[in-house]
Design a protein around this ligand. Structure first.
Ligand SMILES: [Zn+2]
Length: 215
């Protein structure tokens, strides 16, 4: 990911898809290096009251340890965030993603998983031990189960592998199920990316083309 202009962080929209990705990557680097630039600003809040123009949609996990604006060091107004446990893709989430693209003109859709994800862990328990979770919770495990099975068929830590598989599956599902996002991506005005946040280091690792590596 190419470097952008640097400091101070601009309020303007990125000029290209690469610049948009770079802005997220640079924001995460500031977060990791403990030199954030996005403190709450009342002047900016008032400015935003007249309208928003976020540049990225982020579908992240509800996990309290993964606050999206914080880990990307982004001001209010920059990110259109959807959070569901396990960053799963469902119809209501897709509606918000499409709103972010079609109405708000976001340039990126980032599916963001994270290490030690409890939702992925639940799917793993469902696969390994046949655990059935109460109420609606089982829906989360069901959504992630195919990713757990793919990860289990490979070498390496299954929990960690399933987190990445679930991100790839999410990016693919968005493209498969949303004609609107698919058209925007084909046109080159939108990119769908996958990334994994590492709880220990604070680093966000973008997955090399999330879509193509999905089977
Ligand atoms: Zn999680």
């Amino acid at each position: 990911v190419a470097s952008e202009t640097g400091e101070p962080m601009p309020f303007t929209r990125p000029a290209s898809l690469d610049a948009a990705l770079a802005r997220l990557a640079e924001g995460n680097r500031r977060f990791v290096e403990e030199r954030p630039q996005a403190p709450p600003s009342s002047a900016h809040r008032v400015e935003l009251a007249s309208g928003q123009s976020p540049f990225a949609v982020v579908l992240g996990c509800s996990d309290s340890r993964v606050p999206i604006e914080t880990i990307f060091d982004q001001h209010p107004g920059n990110l259109f965030v959807i959070r569901l446990a396990g960053n799963i893709v469902n119809d209501d989430g897709l509606a918000s993603i499409e709103y972010g693209i079609e109405v708000l003109r976001c340039m990126l859709v980032v599916v963001l998983g994270h290490s030690q994800c409890g939702a992925v862990r639940a799917a793993l328990e469902h696969v390994r031990a046949g655990t059935i979770f109460s109420g609606h919770i089982q829906r989360i495990a069901d959504a992630i189960t195919p990713s757990v099975r793919r990860a289990a068929a490979r070498d390496g830590d299954v929990w960690e592998g399933a987190v990445a598989e679930n991100v790839r599956a999410g990016a693919q599902a968005i493209l498969d199920r949303s004609a609107l996002v698919r058209a925007a991506a084909a046109q080159g005005s939108v990119r769908v990316a996958g990334a994994v946040y590492e709880l220990h280091t604070g680093e966000v690792r973008f997955l090399a083309d999330a879509r193509e590596s999905h089977e």
